[in-house]
Design a protein around this ligand. Sequence first.
Ligand code: HEM
Length: 424
Amino acid sequence: MLGPVVYQPGSQRFVNDPYPAFDALRAGPPTLYDEATGQWVVSRYALVDRLLRDRRLGRTYLHVADNAEFGRPPEPAYLRPFWSTIRNGMLDREPPDHTRLRRLVSAAFTARRVQQLAPRITALAGELIDELLDAGSDGSPVDLVAVLAEPLPVTVIAELLGVPESDRSLLRPWSAVICRMFELGADRAAGEAASAACAEFGDYLRRLASARRAAPADDLLTALTQVADADGGRLSEDELVGTCVLLLNAGHEATVNATGNGVWALLRHPDQHARLRSDPAALLSTAVEEMLRYDCATPMFERWVLTDITIGGHTGGDTGGAEAVDAVEVRRGAELALLLGSANRDPAVFAEPDRFDVSRSPNPHLTFGAGIHFCLGAPLARLELAASTGALLRRVPKLAAAAEPAYKSGFVVRGLRSLSVTVR
Ligand code: HEM
C-alpha cells in the first residue's frame, strides 16, 4: 500500500514537486499498488526502462481481450467519438497494427522533412524573441510560456501538417480538451468535451485531407494521404484523421511544457545558466537533454499487463535484474504507472541526479519513452528546444525569472501555468 503522503498524483502539492516522493518510492519495493488510482507504480530507472520495452505489456489490451475480460466497465457511448479517434493513432495501438501505422507515418514524417524545417524553426524563434523583447522593453514582466514556449511548437506542427494560418487558433483549444482525458481521474464532463472536440477536429481534418487529395501541396498532410507500404497498404481515412490528431496534440502539448520547465530549470540555476551562456556552441545540445531530464514534462505513462509478470526478482520472465530481490507478481489485467520522471532522477544511473548540469553526458533520460512507442517526434522536439533556448541565449542576455512560477494541475503532462520573466 502507498502511504497517503508519498504518491498523490491528484494533489497540487505533489505535482508542484514530486521529487521527494519519487526518492521515497525508489527506496521501496520494485512496485507498489496505489489504491487511489488502481495502478501499480514503478519508479526505478532499470524497471521503467525494461517495462517500456516489455512486449507482455501494452498501451491497450483491446487487441487481445475485451473490457469484461480485463474487469473494466463497458465503454460509455459518450466516449465513442473520443476513443475511436485516439485508437486510430499509433500510440494507442499494438503490433501488428502499430508496426504498420508507424511504418506508414514514418515514410511521410521523415528525418529529412524535419531537418528541412530547421531554418524555419530558427526564424520563427527569432520572431517570437522580438515579441518577447518588445513586450518587456519597459522592464515589465512577460510570460515566456505565452510568448515563446506555446506559439513555437503550435506553429511548427501546424505548418508542417499544412493547417492554414487562419484555422490555427482552433487547434490549441481542441487539443487541450482532448489531452485532459489522459490525466488521472478524468470525469464525464471531460469525456463529453473531449468527444465533441474529436468530432469537430475529425470533421475539420477530413475536409482538409480531401482538399489536399484534390490539390496536393508540399506538406505532411498531403504526404500522409499518399503514403503506401510495399504491399500497397495505405492509411485508412480514420487512421489518417487519428494520426493527424495525434501529431497535432503530441506535437505540441509536451513541447510547450518541456520548454517552460526547461527554461525555468535554467533560470533557477544561475551558475549553470551563466556556464551555458559562456559557451553555447559547446553546451547547447547537452543543456537541452538536461532540460528534458531534470524536470520531466511527461513524468508518467501507463501500460496494461497482458500476461502475468514478475516485477523485480530473478525468476522466469524477470523484469528486475540483479538489483532486485523482492519480486512482486502482477496479474494480467492490472495497470502500471511507469514513472519516467522518477527514473530520470535515479542515482543508480545519474550521478547526483538532483543536480542540474548543462554538460551532463551521457544522459540516457527516459523523457521520450523507450521501446516501440519511443517518441516519433523526438528529433523535432529537440530541434525546437535548441532553437528557442539558443535564441534566448543569443538575444536576451539579461533574461531572469520575475517570480516563482506555478505548475498546472496535470501530472501526465506536467508543466507551468506561466513563466514570468524580465528581459532587460
Ligand atoms: C519535448 C517534447 C516531447 C516529449 C517529452 C514527448 C514524449 C513522448 C513520450 C514519452 C512518448 C511515448 C509514450 C508511451 O510510451 O506511452 C511519445 C510518443 C509519441 N510522440 Fe512525443 N514527445 C514530445 C514531442 C513530440 C513531437 C514534437 C511529436 C510530433 C510532431 C511527437 C509525436 C509522438 C508520437 C506520434 C508518439 C507515438 C509513437 C508510437 O506510439 O509509436 N512527440 N512522446
